[in-house]
Design a protein around this ligand. Structure first.
Ligand code: UDX
Length: 471
């Protein structure tokens, strides 16, 4: 085994597996613990259960040398100096984060501690979770000087998680003792000192030897809040631009121009201003609800977040109505769908607006032929294939003889379709684009009826002009 720090990562989901791979990549010895034996076997045999750029090669590089997969949390705890908890924190029925997995893992870690350990929260958790973990560990008889609890939230996006980890905008280390803070800083030193970027196999990204990522040291509580507040803020930005898109539609303006103009203000920034069918995924919906719940528990009224959620739901409904307006009625219609994952570049379908919209189309009596480069297998578990729902292997097969083509996420290949071919493949040349992948003028010149989000389209312009009212 190589030098570096001994690390245990508990949980082999998105966060845990990416952290395992990346900690090994920057020179540490990592034991990844999970209690799912089938998943462990897959990982031990060289399989990668999630679709992530660079993850297979980084895991291959270190598996068997500095990465080990096991179900033995006790042995992993005893071998490690730092134990990162990266288990799920699903949404409970009340909207709060369900911390039962964190609780169970903390108890088991406590029963295995024999010398000083730093227990690090990597999962997204409500503020004060560190105190709960501390209490659980103490309750299990571990003296206070044998452990610290720290918070090191992860800001990775699915699809680009490895690059996000190794080229983070910032590394947040929340620690209340110098000892814990020092260990975490040491763990990230290959990134923050820039030495990692000198290596020949370094994963490319925005940072370099001369421009390493900054580390931000905070209290543990502040780190916990940074994570929730960041995700809630980004979700707010998306809901905000979606409402602006609806205003643009009503006024006959183009939201892409508006977003560009807003984004050029350095105080606002251009990112996360893409109007669409609403946000989804394993983080935003859950974290907005959890943060709202945290606020409530603290006696703070964060009604803004309730509104953000409402707008997001409404955005899916509005888009569905837009498809209806193009088709008149859903019953008996054949619809081609591009995109099933909650966004492009991933196979994750959790809280996917695309799936909600497809379900609604099926419910209203359409048949759907869908294509997604990575998410079809997962989608089949939620919407099994049958006479009403077909999964195909390329975008033109989805469009074949369809009454309309609906674009629901933003894989690059969806933005590069051969428009001539698409035109003669479709039964009617109607495209309803939930991600604004095409220029409306080009689509109209190419003979399509093209509806998108927050932009004038051919049919839409006509309707908008016909129905225009002065305020
Ligand atoms: C997000 C955060 O970005 C990441 O920092 C955190 O660690 C986990 O949650 P992720 O869920 O992978 O990452 O997806 P992201 O790329 O942020 O997109 C989230 C959702 O918002 C997607 O449904 C996406 O399509 C949507 N989105 C994003 C928009 O609708 N418009 C935008 O401008 C940006």
């Amino acid at each position: 085994m190589s030098k570096g720090i001994s690390i245990a990562v508990v949980g082999s989901g998105y966060v845990g597996l990416v952290a395992t791979a990346c900690f090994a990549e920057i020179g540490h010895r990592v034991i990844c613990v999970d209690n799912d034996e089938a998943k462990l076997r897959t990982l031990q045999d060289g399989g990668v259960p999630i679709h992530e750029d660079y993850l297979p090669e980084v895991l291959d590089r270190h598996r068997g040398h500095s990465i080990e997969f096991t179900s033995d949390l006790r042995a992993a705890t005893q071998a490690a100096q730092a134990i990162f908890i990266a288990v799920g924190t699903p949404q409970s029925r009340t909207g709060s984060a369900d911390l039962s997995y964190v609780d169970a893992v903390a108890s088991e870690i406590a029963r295995s501690i024999d010398d000083y350990k730093v227990i690090v929260e990597k999962s997204t958790v409500p503020v004060y979770t560190n105190e709960w973990i501390r209490r659980v560990v103490e309750r299990n008889g571990v003296p206070r000087d044998l452990f610290d609890v720290a918070s090191n939230p992860e800001f990775l996006r699915e699809g680009t998680a490895v690059v996000d980890f190794l080229h983070a905008d910032r590394i947040v280390v929340g620690a209340d003792t110098e000892k814990a803070g020092d260990l975490l800083r040491k763990i990230y030193a290959p990134l923050t000192s820039g030495t990692y970027y000198q290596s020949a196999h370094a994963v490319p990204g925005p940072h370099s030897e001369g421009n390493p990522p900054p580390v931000l040291l905070t209290s543990t509580k502040a780190a916990e809040i940074i994570k929730h507040a960041s995700n809630a803020f980004l979700a707010t930005k998306i809901s905000f631009i979606n409402v602006v898109a609806n205003i643009c539609e009503a006024a006959g303006a183009d939201v892409e121009e508006v977003a560009r103009g807003m984004g050029m203000d350095s105080r606002i920034g251009p990112k996360f201003l893409r109007a669409g069918v609403g946000y989804g995924g394993s983080c935003f919906p859950k974290d907005v609800a959890a943060f709202r719940h945290v606020a409530e528990q603290m006696g703070v009224d964060f009604a803004l977040l309730k509104e953000v959620e409402k707008i997001n739901e409404e955005q899916k409904r509005r888009f569905f109505q837009k498809v209806r307006s193009a088709l008149w009625t859903f019953r008996g219609k054949k619809i081609g769908v591009l995109g099933l994952a909650f966004k492009g570049g991933t196979d994750d379908i959790r809280e996917s607006p695309a799936l909600d919209i497809v379900k609604q189309m099926l419910h209203e009596g359409s048949t759907v032929t869908a294509y997604d480069p990575a998410a079809a297998e997962r989608a089949k578990e939620t919407i099994p294939p049958g006479p009403q729902m077909r999964y195909v292997d390329d975008p033109y097969a989805a469009a074949q003889d369809a009454d309309a083509l609906v674009i629901l996420n933003e894989w690059q290949e969806f933005a590069e379709l051969d428009l001539k071919r698409l035109h003669y493949t479709l039964r009617y040349p109607i495209i309803i684009d939930g991600r604004n992948l095409y220029d409306p003028a080009t689509m109209i010149e190419s003979g399509f009826t093209y509806l998108s989000v927050g932009r004038p389209g051919l049919s839409h312009t006509r309707d908008a002009i016909a129905g225009q009212r002065m305020p």
